[in-house]
Design a binder for this molecule. Structure first.
Ligand code: NAP
Ligand code: MG
Length: 399
């Protein structure tokens, strides 16, 4: 069988620990035998970020800008302990944060649904994709403690001075911001992604209470929808639906799924953990960064699975779930195929996704899924990290 040819390179961004181990095996076992893989490789392993003074992260982001599609392995975000462990000259910033800042993108997280792993909410039949506005608000707020008998003002020029609070006793204050520019990018990314997925888009804030701040989000979304996307939404039979965050939460729980839920920064942070738990596991959650200009970076939502990595380097067998990382590759290959008009590449990606799901549906899975799996006449069997990839390959060659 001849291998599928590619035109434009895929931006391949390698990472750390257990996911780095899985990364090369996924390529070797499931992709390279079938695709004449053309990638531009960036090594974001922590050692190379240190060697290049993190320039490699910036280069990788610019490569996605240039070529349009990237696939990224999970990476360590250093903390004090990692600085010692890797003998770092600096506590390098989160690579995802750096890439997101350069692409100005929005992250969409989608669960991979498997027959046999039921969401804890049993009316959820279709995926719910969450989009988090990862900019500003409480994440870049300034805050302080206040003493008794202090007056705190919000103050840009003395004419417009606003009294926050005349404190009689001790307390706390916080000030936060967002920018129209960032909210607009967020809105464009959400509308574009909804059109592409042909799914309804929901957006929610607390505009009844926050009459200027949250209301600005609501107005910007509404203006952008009316001016740029309304016609396309209508012709694709999908809907833009704005509602108060409280109402959104109630409707999401009662829904059968099948929509994108755009959230402000804090709501998205909290709700994405809730959604991952209800759908089963973080190891079954994919993530895609979509820029307002239509550039894409695919990855798994989980981290580098450190605990498994240390078992692995001690020679112990691991049973680490590679599904979200496989889906990062298939997402990227399908998008590359779509952009370059290579249907064979799109079909291969869909086939590999199917084979991965079918393997689990037959009862072959990594340890994390065994306790979640329940299907009549199928007894789940736990396999190792690498056995799972070999089993997916067998399924792939038989469908
Ligand atoms: P993690 O790597 O997601 O792992 C946390 C725990 O979740 C694991 O110990 C494991 O539980 C379970 N788990 C996660 N993914 C799994 C998989 N694929 N298969 C099986 N089990 C899985 O999160 P973390 O331990 O908090 O972070 C580790 C490192 O990853 C950190 O250095 C962090 O900076 C980085 N990180 C990177 C990204 C990213 O690049 N996108 C995201 C998050 C974290 P058991 O140990 O109980 O089996
Ligand atoms: Mg969170």
């Amino acid at each position: 069988m001849s291998k599928i040819k590619m035109n434009t390179p895929l931006v391949e961004i390698d990472g750390d620990e257990m996911t780095r181990v899985l990364w090369s095996k996924i390529k070797e076992i499931l992709i390279e035998p079938y695709v004449d893989l053309k990638t531009e490789y960036y090594d974001l392993g922590l050692e190379n970020r240190e060697t290049t003074k993190d320039q490699v992260t910036i280069d990788a982001a610019n490569a996605i800008k240039k070529y349009g599609v990237g696939v990224k392995c999970a990476t360590i975000t250093p903390n004090a302990q990692r600085v010692i462990e890797y003998n770092l000259s600096q506590m390098w910033k989160s690579p995802n944060g750096t890439i997101r800042a350069i692409l100005d993108g929005t992250v969409f997280r989608a669960p991979i649904l498997i027959d046999g792993i039921s969401p804890l909410i049993n009316n959820w039949k279709k995926p719910i994709i969450i989009a988090r506005h990862a900019h500003g608000d409480v994440y870049s707020a300034v805050e302080m403690k206040v003493n008794e008998n202090e007056k705190i003002f919000l103050d840009s020029d003395t004419d417009k001075r606003l009294l926050v609070k005349d404190f009689k006793s001790k307390g706390i204050v916080q000030a936060m911001f967002n920018t129209d520019e960032s909210i607009k990018s967020f809105a464009h990314s959400c509308f574009k992604y909804a059109l592409e997925q042909k799914m309804d888009l929901w957006f929610s804030t607390k505009d009844t209470i926050s009459k200027i701040y949250d209301h600005r989000f609501k107005d910007i979304f509404s203006e952008i929808y009316e001016n740029y996307y309304k016609d396309d939404f209508e012709s694709n039979n999908i809907e833009y639906f704005y509602t108060l965050i409280d109402d959104a939460v109630a409707r999401v729980i009662r829904s059968s799924g099948g929509f994108i839920w755009a959230c402000k920064n804090y709501d998205g942070d909290v709700m994405s953990d809730m959604l991952a738990t209800v759908f089963g596991s973080l190891a079954m959650m994919t993530s895609v960064l979509v820029s307002p200009n239509g550039q894409y970076e695919f990855e798994a939502a989980h981290g580098t699975v450190t605990r498994h990595y240390y078992k692995h380097i001690n020679g112990e067998n691991t049973s680490t779930n590679s599904v979200a990382t496989i889906f990062a590759w298939t997402g990227a290959l399908a998008k590359r195929g779509e952009m370059d008009d290579i249907p064979a590449l799109v079909n291969f990606a869909k086939k590999l996704e199917n084979a991965t799901k079918k393997t689990i549906e037959k009862g072959i899975m990594t340890g994390d899924l065994v306790g979640l799996f329940s299907k009549e006449k199928v007894i789940p069997k736990k396999v190792s990290s690498f056995e799972f990839l070999e089993e997916v390959k067998k399924t792939l060659e038989n469908i």
